[in-house]
Design a protein around this ligand. Structure first.
Ligand SMILES: [Fe+2]
Length: 422
C-alpha cells in the first residue's frame, strides 16, 4: 500500500506594497547613482520568490497554502486587497493539483489591523474588512472566537488546518484615566489634522498606536481549539501570526509576545497529540519542539516562516500506509540568496516515536536482521525476509522516522543500504 504525504506551502509575512517595490539586493552607498541602472544590477526579491513558489506548485502536489499574515503594513486596506489579489492570481488554480481558494488560509497579522477600525470597542469589527475580502475571494474567514478549518483527506489519512486570530489586541488603545485620555486623543487628532503628508500622518499614528499592539487570542478560542483537536483522530496543524515562544532577538517593547501564549501552548500540549504550529511575525524561521516530560504523547512543533521576500517553507507530513498515523514532518526550506531561490537542507521531525512503540511482526523481523548485520543491502533483506519491494520500502520509512535505522537510498530499492541506528 503506498504511503500518504500531505504537502502544505507555508508563506511568511508579505508586507505589500513595500515588497513589490523591490528590495533589490544591491548595497547602494551612492544615492545619486542613476536609478535606471540599479534595476539591472539586482533583481526584485518578491518576483524571484513568486516564480519559485509557482515552480514548486507546478512540480509538487500541494494540498493547501497557509499565509502567516501581515499581507500589508500599517493596516492599509487597499494594499491588503491588492496583496490578496496578487496571491490569488499567482498561486491558486495552478500546478499538478490545482489549489482552490477554500484550500488557502490567510490569517491576520498585527500590520493588517486598520488603526482607525481598531478604535471601535467591538473587537471583531477591526477584522470586518479582512473577512469581507476573504469571503469575496472564497477563502475561509477568521473570526476572533472560532477557527476556520480545512480538512484534507487522502486514503485513510486525514489532516486539519486551523487558523487562529492572534491579533485581537492589536491596535487597541492603552487605558488612561478619562481626562488624560481625552486630552491625548485631542492632541493627536490635532497633530494628524495638521500633518502635511500621508507619511507624516502615519508617523503620528505609529507613535500613538504601534507600541500598543497586544498579541493575544480570546480565551474561548483556546477552549474551542482544544476540544476540536481532542474530538478528532485527524492530524492537526494550527496556524497563527505570532509565535508561542519568545523570539531569539531581544525585543525591547511592551507586549512584544502573545500575552496568553502560555495558555494556548498548554492547551495544545494538553490534547496529548503531536500538533504543528505554523507562525510568521518574527521575519525569521525558527523551529522549536516543545514537550512536557509528564505528558509523553503530546508535543508542539512550532515552525516559523521567513519574510516572503526571503523565501518559503514546504511542509510535508508523511503518514504510515498501514495505520494512517502521522510518522514525521519534513520542513523543506526554499531561500533567496544572491537573486536565486535554492532549497536548503531540510529539517526532519519524527512525530510517531511514542505512539508506534508496538511494531508489527514484519517491522521486528527487518529491525532484527539489520541490527544483527549492522549493515545490509536491500537485496539481502528482500532475499532473506521475502518482502515485496514496496512493503520493504514502507517498513524502512517507518523505522527511519522512529530513528531505529538509517537508510542510504540509491537508485534501485535492492541497492539501498540499511544501517542500524546505534
Ligand atoms: Fe511582519
Amino acid at each position: 500500500m503506498p504511503r500518504t504525504r500531505v504537502v502544505i506551502l507555508q508563506i511568511g509575512d508579505v508586507h505589500f506594497p513595500e515588497a513589490s517595490r523591490g528590495r533589490s539586493d544591491v548595497d547602494l552607498k551612492d544615492a545619486s547613482f542613476p536609478s535606471a541602472l540599479i534595476g539591472h544590477l539586482g533583481g526584485n526579491a518578491l518576483q524571484a520568490v513568486t516564480r519559485s513558489v509557482q515552480a514548486v506548485i507546478s512540480s509538487n502536489k500541494c494540498d493547501a497554502i497557509v499565509l502567516m499574515g501581515d499581507l500589508t503594513s500599517r493596516g492599509d486596506k487597499q494594499a491588503f486587497w491588492r496583496c490578496l489579489q496578487f496571491l490569488e492570481q499567482a498561486f491558486l488554480r495552478k500546478g499538478v493539483t490545482p489549489i482552490l481558494p477554500d484550500r488557502m488560509v490567510v490569517i491576520p497579522g498585527n500590520h493588517d489591523v486598520n488603526r482607525e477600525d481598531a478604535k471601535s470597542p467591538n473587537l471583531e469589527e477591526k477584522f470586518d474588512h479582512i473577512n469581507a475580502l476573504l469571503n469575496k475571494a472564497g477563502m475561509p474567514e477568521i473570526k476572533i472566537d472560532r477557527s476556520p478549518v480545512i480538512r484534507i483527506s487522502k486514503g485513510a489519512a486525514a489532516l486539519r488546518i486551523f487558523g487562529t486570530n492572534t491579533c485581537v489586541g492589536c491596535g487597541t488603545l492603552r487605558w488612561f484615566p478619562d481626562l488624560v485620555r481625552e486630552k491625548l486623543i485631542t492632541t493627536y487628532d490635532a497633530a494628524i489634522a495638521e500633518a502635511m503628508s500621508d507619511s507624516d500622518q502615519r508617523k503620528i499614528l505609529d507613535d500613538l498606536y504601534e507600541t500598543l499592539d497586544t498579541p493575544m487570542v480570546v480565551d474561548a478560542l483556546i477552549a474551542s481549539l482544544h476540544d476540536q483537536i481532542k474530538s478528532t483522530n485527524d492530524f492537526t496543524i494550527v496556524s497563527g501570526h505570532h509565535n508561542l515562544v519568545p523570539q531569539a532577538t531581544p525585543r525591547i517593547a511592551p507586549y512584544a509576545e502573545m500575552i496568553n501564549c502560555g495558555r494556548l501552548r498548554d492547551a495544545l500540549l494538553g490534547t496529548r497529540r503531536k500538533v504543528i504550529y505554523l507562525h510568521g511575525h518574527v521575519h525569521d524561521d525558527p523551529i522549536h519542539v516543545i514537550t512536557n516530560p509528564n505528558n509523553k504523547s503530546g508535543a508542539l512543533i512550532s515552525i516559523g516562516a521567513p519574510l516572503m521576500t526571503d523565501g518559503f517553507n514546504l511542509i510535508e507530513i508523511e503518514f504510515a500506509a498501514s495505520t494512517s498515523s502521522a510518522l514525521g514532518c519534513r520542513v523543506r526550506k526554499y531561500r533567496l540568496k544572491n537573486g536565486v531561490v535554492a532549497e536548503q537542507p531540510s529539517t526532519e521531525i519524527p512525530l510517531a516515536l511514542d505512539e508506534q512503540t508496538t511494531l508489527s511482526e514484519d517491522h521486528r523481523k527487518m529491525l532484527e536482521f539489520i541490527n544483527e548485520k549492522r549493515m545490509a543491502y536491500g537485496w539481502e533483506v528482500l532475499e532473506k525476509l521475502k518482502f515485496a519491494q514496496d512493503r520493504m520500502e514502507e517498513i524502512a520509512d517507518d523505522l527511519t522516522w522512529q530513528n531505529k535505522i538509517s537508510v542510504e537510498r540509491y537508485s534501485g530499492v535492492p541497492q539501498w543500504v540499511f544501517k542500524r541506528a546505534y
